[in-house]
Design a protein around this ligand. Structure first.
Ligand code: ADP
Ligand code: ASP
Ligand code: MG
Length: 407
């Protein structure tokens, strides 16, 4: 008997009817002779509702109490699904993260799973239950509830797959696989049959929210196959795996991701001398703000312009901090733009093909899309542009790199 881990996202269990059809899928898997562990998210929209409630008390809310609140969304769905399965005549038991043995560090709101004690999951499986575990949550060694960051149920599912040595980790969602870009932005987006964990990690880190980056990281580290599947229609979905067989090597570009959660800040006319970057970025780091892309332009008369991006939520604080630094450094001025988007093309084939970046830039230029920042890695090129260019930019790049053709 193999163990199969299935994860159902918010839209898949957004109503009692949908929970009932998810239960049917689970029963089918059980009738195939497998032991089934199910990880669920909260019903769609519920986590946002809980967050909004907390934000109505404190707009900058974070920490322990927030996790006590937002983890409740998943506690609703584990119970509803267990009740539904029971009602259909099948043994099922719901477990919170803590009851399932998921221990995390104590970084509230963005905790990392440290270990999973699989004893209770295994015991309930042996007794013939479908075991339903609340995604997105865990518990610290001292008993505090934690959550794993938005989209964290994906990570719960992969981690449980590792802990149980499961045959496969199936992620059921509202799309039937990973596409060449978000199908919501491009009608030409094509489903990818299989993709390396390395490429998927870049895509999800650069904004493809179909999987949480940490889930992919986990899968790569422990060599677990993830399959992304539709909750609503049959199909083979997308397999994300470590090996890079011949077929997988063919794609030069696998996909295009975008991230609308960043903002850009520029400090102009700073002295072009050693140590300046740390004087500018030090105070930003002191506010616990992560800086992503950084560009320094060498200006005239020994002065330079320094531009970087931060998470959009941190824009206000970062701007204020930069204005303070500006006074200290006698800089000319601070400007910012929180209506930007970062667009990234990802593909392992970039390692062996030159000219991808220049083609990307010329396609954007031909379409009058101005680029304000660029960064590259071995298998990724990212550009920053105004948010209003998003749809056009993704679509022209998608076409220019033949991602809309069957592959
Ligand atoms: P769930 O609630 O099931 O976790 P998510 O909303 O987190 O679902 O993820 C699924 C969504 O991810 C899709 O509806 C789609 O709009 C979005 N998405 C972004 N990039 C991609 C991509 N490259 N392929 C497929 N879906 C993508
Ligand atoms: N419910 C959580 C969220 O909305 C976790 C998840 O859906 O994976 O982020
Ligand atoms: Mg998700």
């Amino acid at each position: 008997m193999s163990i199969i881990v299935q994860k159902y996202g918010g839209t898949s269990i957004g109503t009692i009817e949908k929970i009932s059809s998810v239960a049917e899928k689970i029963i089918k898997e059980k009738n195939n002779g497998n032991k089934v562990v199910v990880v669920v998210s909260a019903m769609s929209g519920e986590t946002n509702k809980l967050l909004d409630l907390a934000k109505s008390i404190d707009p900058d809310v974070s920490g322990r109490e927030l996790d006590v609140l937002v983890s409740t969304g998943e506690q609703v769905t584990i119970s509803l699904l267990a009740l539904t399965l029971n009602n259909k005549g099948h043994k099922a038991i719901s477990l919170t993260g803590s009851q399932a043995g998921i221990t995390t560090d104590s970084a509230f709101n963005k905790a990392r799973i440290e270990s999973i004690d699989n004893t209770s999951i295994k015991k309930y499986l042996e007794e013939g239950n479908v075991v339903i575990v609340a995604g997105f949550q865990g518990v610290t060694n001292s008993g505090d509830i934690t959550t794993l960051g938005r989209g964290g149920s994906d990570t719960s599912a992969v981690a449980i797959s590792v802990a149980l040595d499961a045959k496969e980790c199936q992620i059921f969602t509202d799309v039937d696989g990973v596409y060449t870009t978000d199908p919501r932005i491009s009608d030409g987006a094509k489903k990818i049959d299989d993709i390396t964990t390395e490429e998927m990690l870049e895509l999800s880190s650069q904004g493809s929210k179909v999987l949480q980056p940490r889930a992919v990281e986990f899968a790569g580290k422990y060599d677990v196959g993830i399959r992304v599947l539709s909750s609503f229609k049959d199909g083979s979905g997308t397999l994300i795996k470590k090996e890079n067989d011949d077929k997988m090597e063919k794609a030069i570009i696998s996909g295009i991701a975008f991230n609308k959660d960043e903002a850009q800040l520029t400090i102009r006319g700073v002295p072009d001398q050693p140590g300046i970057a740390s004087l500018i970025l030090g105070p930003i780091a002191d506010h616990n703000i992560d800086v992503d892309m950084i560009v320094q332009n060498v200006g005239e008369d020994g002065l330079a312009n320094f531009t970087f991006t931060v998470p959009r939520n941190d824009y206000k604080v970062a701007f204020q901090s930069l204005e303070k630094s500006s006074k200290k450094l006698n800089a000319n001025k601070v400007t910012g733009n929180n209506k930007i988007v970062k667009i990234s093309m990802v593909g392992v084939g970039m390692r062996t093909h030159a000219g991808i970046a220049s083609k990307m830039f010329s396609v954007l230029a031909e379409n009058k899309i101005n680029i304000s920042m660029i960064s590259t890695s071995e298998i990724k090129i990212s550009v920053v542009t105004d948010e209003e260019n998003l749809k056009t930019a993704v679509n022209v790049l998608h076409k220019a790199f033949n991602l809309d053709q069957p592959h």
